[in-house]
Design a protein around this ligand. Structure first.
Ligand code: ADP
Ligand code: MG
Length: 247
């Protein structure tokens, strides 16, 4: 799969549920080593788009290109082999297992069958390479929301992703926790560790942490721009369209 930040392109990607088109010919370019935001109201198709990239859903039409090469991302295992890691909108932690066991499980290891001493040293060495610190021996039920989100991120970082997809990672965080997590995530992209595709509906986060943005509205990509060239008002306009809200 190579290493380092990858380039992602989607070309006219379309996903239907029955006769409802959740994603309608979405073409999007995500430059390597950048933070690209996907902005849109609830139901705009943001999660559907990233689930297709991460192999959790399959688009009926269109294509996905990694570093310029078309890939058939049939399932999450294929996505992982390509270096695509995704943190979901909802927590996916094993509550009865410790932080260490959750990390090993994410890496495809069965905690009971491993050389524990060696793995533990390896996990500690891994943690030291990240900006996050977590007690390896606690269980998710003992963690606050911000810490759980860090564990979800660590699970993906453990797999050394070349593209890190985050679906509304700050929805359960305090503004301070959100700034901390997003600051680190931006640094991952800056340092060339990985490319970041982040879903949010918060303008502030887009303006402060993203390099570029795609706005989705009712399944369509209606706006692409560099964050340096836009404003919250312009993004809001793109998100909501010209429709007038009845008052
Ligand atoms: P967003 O993440 O932007 O809030 P989603 O991508 O989750 O939006 O959903 C886009 C639209 O597709 C919504 O109207 C949603 O109800 C619909 N949708 C998403 N997943 C399914 C599904 N599995 N079956 C039917 N409709 C779905
Ligand atoms: Mg969503």
């Amino acid at each position: 799969a190579g290493s380092g930040a990858l380039a992602l392109d989607t070309y006219e990607l379309t996903k239907r549920f029955g006769d409802f088109t959740a994603m309608d010919r979405v073409t999007m370019r995500v430059e390597p080593g950048t933070v690209h935001a996907l902005l849109g109201e609830n139901g705009a198709g943001k999660s559907t788009l990233v689930k297709c990239v991460a192999g959790f859903q399959r688009a009926e039409e269109g294509s996905i290109l990694i570093d310029g090469r078309e890939q058939d991302i049939a399932n999450p295992i294929v996505a992982r082999a390509l270096g695509i890691g995704m943190v979901y909108q909802h927590f996916t932690l094993a509550p009865g297992m410790t932080v260490a066991e959750n990390l090993l499980l994410a890496g495809g290891k069965t905690p009971a069958l491993i050389d524990w001493k060696r793995k533990r040293a390896e996990l500690e060495a891994f943690l030291a390479t990240t900006p996050f610190s977590l007690d390896l021996d606690v269980r998710p039920s003992e963690l606050a929301a911000g810490e759980k989100q860090k564990l979800e991120l660590l699970k993906q970082l453990y797999l050394k992703p070349r593209l890190l997809i985050l679906d509304e990672p700050t929805s359960v965080l305090t503004p301070q926790e959100a700034d901390e997590v997003l600051g680190h995530v931006r640094e991952f992209a800056r340092s060339g560790l990985c490319t970041v595709l982040i879903i949010t509906h918060k303008f502030r986060e887009v303006m402060a942490y993203a390099d570029s943005v795609t706005v989705l509205r009712r399944g369509k990509a209606v706006h692409h721009c560099r964050v340096a060239d836009t404003s919250p008002a312009q993004l809001a306009q793109a998100m909501m369209g010209g429709e007038q809200v009845a008052s």
